[in-house]
Ligand binder design. Structure first.
Ligand code: F6R
Length: 614
């Protein structure tokens, strides 16, 4: 994610930048920095960059003794994507005249970096952001008369990927330039001063008059006004908006809870997981250059994880076994190392963890590494303990997850596991060209379909109110939707404190059917696809015992309506990708049940976001 702020005006800007960054720390907190124009003795106005690893408090300590005193500046709080959290990788990045802060991921960073190196450019960080500083500086040097806005426009013509950037250039202290593609950026219009931020909370204490930048727009921001152009340099005119949210609700982007905000963010988060890693042209998935063990000798993969991440791992087993035909074992990290696992040298052990700090998963991966396994992780927090212990890390790029109940972290884990499955399947050659092409094309539509499902929130809220009084819930699913039944039950338990069980639908007759009566809501995951007919038979069994059926089913399914009391209709997708969609209505259902019951949704009792004890 990352948080960005910028200021041009007559006030001393460092305190304004720091206060803005504090309001954006929810977007990232592994390093922070500012660049502020400091008038120098020689009459040149140059930007002074102060940045460091760690939370904002570390930056404040650094600034305490020597604060830049200028009136134009930019700031950044980082959530690492390219390059671990470190002083060198902290933003702003400076090259020659140009200082830049960035939120996003540059997809063609390697090609651009190589090209710039050939021109003699020296890089001092591992980030993709530094490339932008070099590109803009090149444009300013090549054409001495070019404006900063035009230099940024020319530089961005070469860049592919997601970015929100704010740029300033030495000796042009009266302006900063902002540009956006896929990552958010908002301009705040003040009186004789103007602001830039990733999100409204950072500027709300200064102004409520804002202009949200749209894709491909570039803004030249001066204290006297703002001019916006598109990537072709054409003027854009748009009226500003008035923000009516309170500061507290602005942090949640107007949502009542972080969990709801994060459910809504999933389309963006999954897009970021896929960014630059899926290629229709090459029919392949790329894993940031990770060198996996040779598939010819790879006998088995073991995935270890806890809680929601364990449910993602269970879905991952389906994905990898179906597409790559490599056997996969899934283990609870808390059990794994106490059962004397059989690890053969060269086995691939994959940890899945949002926080990268879960003590059980960390201990299990260390044990596996000690015994000679090749260790890899899928994690969200860059350079956290688990990635640091593994030989390879694939990051989900979901951004910070604040709600204790995991939502966007889960769906981005599923997306990362699918990338891995496609990557392996292409190398074992079990995933043939045609199937790969169709699957990749469908995979790319998933974010759009997730956003579509989130649009069903109103209907799901009504269902939640209707059944929110129940004492118990049952969740049923088959195949790769069985782990989604487990996840649906876990979500409901942890935030609404209602007892819930997830079952493989075929197992119902072996026990849980005894629980069913008219007071028992049964949530059935029944999208069209393999196993659909069998799930329909299970539904008949529930109906015959007067159970109340809430079905998650495919749009256009005209059969299920006669059995189910409630149908949540979701878009069709490939069977392998269904879990990415079927889980979304279950997240919304548990959210609205909990909200209806008035529980502490974002911080449910007895739970912690990161479980660092065994
Ligand atoms: C449930 C939840 C937990 C975590 C589990 C593992 O909503 O968030 O079950 O999934 O504690 O945490 P990570 O993924 O950080 O290892």
């Amino acid at each position: 994610m990352c948080g960005i702020v910028g200021y041009v005006g007559d006030k001393e800007c460092t305190p304004i930048l720091i206060e803005g960054l504090r309001r954006l720390e929810y977007r990232g907190y592994d390093s922070a920095g500012v660049a502020v124009f400091d008038p120098s003795k020689e009459g040149m106005t140059i930007s002074r960059v102060v940045r460091c690893r760690g939370k904002l408090a570390n930056l404040e300590n650094l600034l305490r003794d020597s604060k830049p005193t200028g009136r134009t500046g930019i700031g950044h709080t980082r959530w690492a994507t390219h390059g671990r959290p470190s002083d060198e990788n902290a933003h702003p990045h400076k090259s020659g005249l140009v200082s830049v802060v960035h939120n996003g991921i540059i997809e063609n960073h390697q090609i651009l970096r190589d090209g710039l190196k050939q021109k003699g450019r020296v890089f001092t960080s591992e980030t993709d952001t530094e490339i932008i500083a070099h590109l803009v500086d090149e444009e300013l040097k090549v054409d001495g008369k070019v404006t900063l806005r035009e230099a940024v426009r020319r530089a961005l013509k070469q860049v592919q990927g997601a970015y929100a950037i704010v740029v300033m250039a030495d000796n042009m202290p009266d302006q900063i330039v902002a540009a956006k593609n896929a990552s958010p950026l908002v301009l705040g219009l003040g009186d004789g001063e103007n602001f830039i931020a990733s999100d409204v909370p950072a500027i709300l204490m200064h102004t409520r008059k804002v202009l949200f930048l749209e894709e491909g727009e570039i803004a030249e921001v001066r204290k006297t006004g703002i001019e916006v152009v598109d990537l072709d340099g054409k003027r854009v005119e748009r009226a500003p908006k008035e923000i009516t949210w309170s500061a507290v609700s602005a942090e949640k982007a107007g949502f009542k809870h972080f969990m709801l905000k994060e459910i809504h963010e999933q389309a963006r988060a999954v897009t970021d997981t896929l960014r630059g890693r899926l290629s229709v042209e090459h029919n392949d998935a790329f894993l940031d250059g990770i060198e996996l063990p040779d598939v010819a000798t790879l006998k088995k993969i073991t995935i270890i994880a806890c809680g929601t991440s364990w449910h993602a791992a269970l879905v991952g087993k389906f994905m990898i076994e179906q597409l790559a035909r490599i056997p996969v074992e899934v283990d609870l990290a808390s059990e794994y190392r106490y059962r004397e696992p059989i690890i053969t040298k060269g086995d691939l052990i994959l940890a899945v963890s949002q926080s990268g700090e879960t003590a059980d998963t960390l201990a299990a991966i260390k044990e596996a590494k000690k015994q000679g396994a090749y260790t890899m992780c899928i994690a969200n927090v860059v350079d956290s303990s688990i990635p640091r212990s593994c030989q390879a890390s694939l990051y989900t790029h979901a951004g910070p997850e604040i709600g204790v109940a995991s939502t966007k972290a889960f769906t981005t884990q599923l997306a990362a596991l699918m990338l891995l499955a496609i990557h392996l399947g292409r190398r074992t050659k079990t995933l043939k060209d045609d199937r790969a092409k169709a699957l990749i094309q469908e995979f790319l539509t998933i974010p759009h379909k997730m956003a579509d499902i989130v649009g069903l929130a109103g209907q799901i809220q009504v269902i939640a109110r209707r059944y929110g009084h129940a004492r118990d819930f049952l969740f049923l699913g088959r195949g790769n939707n069985y782990p989604i039944a487990l996840e649906g039950a876990l979500k409901l338990k942890e935030i609404s404190y209602i007892h819930a069980e997830g079952y493989a639908s075929g197992e119902m007759k072996h026990g849980p059917i005894a629980l069913i009566d008219e007071a028992m809501p049964v949530v059935v995951i029944a999208p069209k696809g393999p196993g659909y007919d069998k799930v329909m038979s299970n539904l008949q069994e529930v109906k015959a015992r007067d159970g109340k059926i809430i079905a998650v089913c495919t749009r256009g399914d005209t059969d299920i309506g006669s059995l189910a009391d409630e149908c949540i209709l979701i878009p069709e997708t490939a069977p392998e990708l269904q879990p990415l969609l079927t889980v979304v209505p279950l997240q919304l259902l548990s959210y609205y049940v909990a909200d209806f019951k008035g529980t502490d949704v974002d911080q449910p009792r007895n739970l912690a976001k990161s479980v660092t004890v065994e």
